[in-house]
Design a protein around this ligand. Structure first.
Ligand code: M6R
Length: 613
């Protein structure tokens, strides 16, 4: 939540505004309540801020003609203080000499504010961030690094910050605890950012800061220290993402582009992990020996949102293929319980960003309690990967739309691989079964492409019908139950239509009371062992004048008896059906939101990476 960029170069550049705004544009998925930049000039600090989307700030700064060596930028997801211009970052001290951008929450800011007020400081915003600028001012005695160090010792909570001082124009100071921050090494200039896409145009050589660390960044050097001043040596990591992957490539929205990238994302997750002859799964990166995997008695998956639903699919797969009991837990609940964990319980964190605060804390808790840990993660080098014993990267590439689609798909590919690997190692999947499953997995990307091209037009027709409703119920059973939940989440987060996902068997236990002509039901009822059961559930809906939209298998005409609208998808074995069935539901959410005129990629109130609790 909140995106930060910092730049410092050797020579003044007239591109400074563009560099900062371009970086912010690539971070806007982290928050888009307001945005601001601060640029070092010979006359002092030039600060521009604007409420709302970044495009407002872009308009405001269109005629700003500045050449400079250093600047900061910030895109905000409001925590403390409403999204107004005076609450927008960057914030300054009383003298407008020190400027700060911040991501996170300072929990003791009210105490600090009182203390500073007693010292004569006055404040112009409602934010916790402004306190940081004033505290640095309070400690400043001609050395910005020392003043930041003193300040950090007083802060409680989560933060990543970048600080600049008008009197010390040759360096920026960065620091982090809990919220993500990385340094980028460019040519003649260096960078600080919340996430890789912000600086990908300039460099792919990065260093992640760890909790409790700060950095002094000059145009030539990236120096890292612990807050107590102890130097830290850390090698530079080379990132192989390219900028094109973070562009829209002719699609109207990132979400639509990412929906269409799913066959590739799925194939990329499989790549190099299934042997050519389908006889073996290579998952060396688990860092867990076959003996260790054989000794595991239970698996706990922790995740949030869409990642959590991929974990639910994982439970079906692992229990069926590897016969290990699996629990799937919302990370935000798990971390506050007193979970029973031991060395025979494998704890798996699933996360696109690898930075989700609750998932990160949950996996740290598991590690402290002696459980082996594994991350199923997209972003290379992200916080969770630095905690877990092993990381199974999903290789989905940068996912920019707030509504997750291709990362979900790649997570599914990863849990298929993991379930098969566990099944093989534990003796429940023999060679011939592995070959069969591997063949199906390899077939899926092509089938996904076929599905997308076949259903998109039909989905648009169905969307036209769905968009006028205020509520909806998504139903499915078995391995597609998580797909109903995911479909409902997609619809609510971008179209703002209230959507609930239910296991169809639960209908009679309450939700059926909601059924009337104003509560459409979206049912996933492709060929499966539970087909007849779902069919009966839908008859019950129809008997109460409910409207039914169904996702069904090509060739299934009987579905017309219970559905008003049908989206047909290609046949696929039930075990692999979530991969196909989620596609029309993602497209449905997209087209409903589009027709309702909403901002698909940046839905209200949300942020892509939830780095605060
Ligand atoms: O980065 P993560 O996968 O840990 O994020 C988890 C959730 O915040 C995320 O999936 C969220 O629910 C998305 N907006 C769903 O589209």
């Amino acid at each position: 939540m909140c995106g930060i960029i910092g730049y410092i170069g050797h020579e003044p550049t007239a591109e400074i505004v563009d560099i900062l705004l371009d970086g912010l544009q690539r971070l806007e998925y982290r928050g888009y309540d307001s945005a601001g930049i601060a640029i070092m000039t010979e006359q002092g600090l030039e600060i521009q801020r604007e409420v709302g989307k970044l495009s407002n700030l872009v308009r405001k700064t269109a005629n700003l003609d500045i050449s400079s060596r250093a600047g900061l930028g910030h895109t905000r997801w409001a925590t403390h203080g409403r999204p107004t211009e005076y609450n927008a970052h960057p914030h300054t001290d009383g003298q407008r000499q020190i400027v700060v951008v911040h991501n996170g929450i300072i929990e003791n800011y009210l105490d600090l504010k009182q203390e500073l007020k007693a010292e004569g400081h006055s404040f112009v915003s409602e934010t916790d961030t402004e306190i940081i600028a004033h505290l640095i001012e309070y400690y400043y005695q001609g050395d910005l690094k020392a003043a930041v160090q003193q300040t950090l010792k007083r802060l409680e909570g989560a933060y990543s910050i970048v600080v600049m001082h008008a009197k010390e124009p040759n360096y920026l100071v960065a620091a982090k605890t809990s919220s993500p921050l990385l340094l980028g090494q460019g040519q003649g200039a260096n960078f600080i950012a919340s996430d890789i896409p912000a600086i990908l145009r300039h460099t792919r050589d990065i260093i992640y800061l760890e909790d409790g660390e700060m950095a002094v960044v000059t145009p030539d050097k990236l120096e890292i220290f612990r807050i107590d001043g102890t130097p830290v040596e850390r090698p530079i990591q080379h990132i192989d993402w390219n900028l094109v992957a973070a562009e829209k490539m002719g699609f109207d929205h990132f979400m639509l582009k990412e929906i269409h990238e799913q066959p590739t994302a799925f194939a990329q997750t499989l790549a190099g992990r299934l042997s050519e002859n389908s006889q073996r799964i290579f998952l060396d990166e688990l860092n867990l020996s076959d003996e260790k995997l054989q000794s595991i008695q239970r698996i706990v998956i922790v995740a949030c949102g869409t990642a959590y639903y991929s974990g639910m699919v994982g439970r079906y797969l692992i229990e069926q293929l590897a016969r290990v009991p699996v629990e799937v837990e919302l990370a935000s609940e798990f971390r506050y319980r007193d979970p029973i964990l031991d060395e025979k319980t494998l704890v798996i964190a699933i996360s696109q960003s690898g930075e989700t605060a609750d998932t990160l804390t949950a996996i740290k808790l598991a590690k402290q309690q002696g459980s082996p840990t594994l991350g199923i993660i997209n972003v290379k080098g992200s916080a969770i990967t630095r905690v877990t014993d092993g990381t199974l990267y999903i290789h989905a590439g940068p996912e920019i739309a707030v509504a997750s689609t291709k990362a979900f798909m790649a997570m599914l590919a990863a849990v298929y691989l993991l379930a098969l690997h566990l099944g093989q190692v534990r003796g429940h999947v023999d060679q011939s079964a592995l070959s069969d499953h591997a063949r199906e997995l390899r077939r899926l990307p092509r089938l996904m492409e076929e599905t997308l091209s076949k259903v998109e037009g039909r989905v648009q027709e169905v969307a036209t019908r769905l968009l006028r409703y205020h509520h909806s119920l998504y139903l499915a059973r078995g391995i597609n139950f998580p797909i109903a939940l995911e479909g409902a989440l997609k619809l609510k987060e971008i179209s703002y239509i209230h959507a609930e996902g239910y296991a169809a068997g639960e209908l009679k236990h309450g939700p059926i009371a909601l059924i009337d002509p104003l509560m459409p039901v979206i049912a996933v009822m492709t060929e499966s062992a539970a087909y007849e059961k779902v069919f009966s559930n839908l008859q019950e809906v129809r008997a109460r004048e409910g409207l039914v939209f169904a996702v069904a298998t090509e060739g299934d005409e009987r579905v017309n008896e219970v559905a008003d609208e049908v989206i047909h998808v290609p046949a696929v074995p039930e075990l692999f059906s979530p991969v196909i069935n989620v596609l029309p539901l993602q497209l449905l959410a997209y087209y409903v939101a589009l027709r309702r005129g909403y901002d698909v990629d940046q839905p209200r109130n949300l942020a892509k990476s939830v780095t605060v609790e």
